[in-house]
Design a protein around this ligand. Sequence first.
Ligand code: GDP
Ligand code: IMO
Ligand code: MG
Length: 431
Amino acid sequence: MPNIVAVGLQWGDEGKGKIVDFIASRADIVVRFQGGHNAGHTLVVGGKVFKLSLIPSGVIRPNLLSVIGNGVVIDPWVLLNEIETLEAMGISISERNLAIADCASLVLPLHSELDILRERIAGKAKIGTTGRGIGPAYEDKVGRRAIRICDLACESSISKRLDALLEHHSALRIGLGQERPDRQALFDGLAEIAPKVYRFAAPVWQLLHNARSSKKNILFEGAQGIFLDIDYGTYPFVTSSSTAASSAYAGTGTAPGALDRVLGICKAYSTRVGSGPFPTELNDEVGRRLADVGQERGTVTGRRRRCGWFDAAMVSQACRLSGAYAVALTKIDVLDGIEELKIGVGYKLDGEFREFLPPLAEEQARAIPVYESLPGWRESTADARNFADFPDNAIAYIRRIEKLIGCPIRILSNSPRRESTIVLEDLFSAS
Ligand code: GDP
Ligand code: IMO
Ligand code: MG
């Protein structure tokens, strides 16, 4: 198998976890390269529901190595909790099947406190973050004051790094009318979990380099989606990392050339959690139906996801930005029974046609989608096992999307379960 990067092509929650779990059957290693526990991936395997945030979605498969790259920001308490939950579900985790980049940065309680506080202060202008401290943790990483996994090796290192970090956070919090962070509580907390987390620390760049040399198959798992990307997303309503496929290099210490193919993942309609422009959003009966049938509630925060029509202009841009050679289209079953389906094919802005969303948030908010209409289908697609089992109108809808986004759909997903995954064309074949 070539080394594949799987990335979301919309605003996250495209079903990346389910698809990564499926294709991980052909991988030796699955690596996360950005984001943190703002990600929430649901896998339904053998009647069990697994909810993952930090651990890569290949973890359910035996004999597979899960790796958390240096581009991920790691809340050590969440990590340990996730390990505990997985173990209770019969998945054992040890240094043999989990490695964490020694130079990855940590998310601490003061990060989520700051995240939540800033959102409260922003009021109506809030981003609608997950409140998990992801933005503040990345700020500290770039500000060169983060505590990293390697600092957990000894208490003196934790102590030294904590002083540098608190110098900044004390000033920040006082400026925001808050008390200084409790240094002792932070130190004690970190010292307590340090050995439990540090045992997974590894030079991930080297581990992956060696894996490549011995022809191991590596699957890089993206979190969030292209339109939450810090550069290409609907800024400022984005996350704080680069969600593009190219981020897999910097986020793991892998050199260009190591990634052979990019698989883009998108839903057969659109969803978004949190604030920000969403041109094809439906605030009507159809939107509510998509949310109900698609069970569109955030895995992380339980918030209801906003729903709308498939935006082909957006996904086409995402395919180009990520260099996708193939697409996995999920949740097609959610459209069953809708009489007329619409696909966004561009936008009207101040009377002018735009092929892609402009970069300015105010213009994005004013963009009016231009739609194509297609007839829906009455039949259930949830039990289809082959593409030929799909109703003609569903096939026409899928083929039209493929044409509009300019990228072949090679995988179709028609229920949350692992086995409801239809391969239209082998992902690993040359064409
Ligand atoms: P991720 O963040 O991209 O991994 O996606 P999430 O797991 O947050 O959200 C996708 C949701 O849709 C999860 O609840 C999945 O179980 C579910 N799901 C995935 N694929 C399908 C599908 O083809 N049909 C339906 N009905 N649900 C799906
Ligand atoms: P997965 O990996 C959907 C959104 C938040 C908010 C914005 C910024 O499950 O697809 P943050 O907490 O990152 O600072 O929030 O990004 N967001 C996601 N939306 N799926 C995700 O991850 C997300 N991770 C962050 O809702 O709008
Ligand atoms: Mg999710």
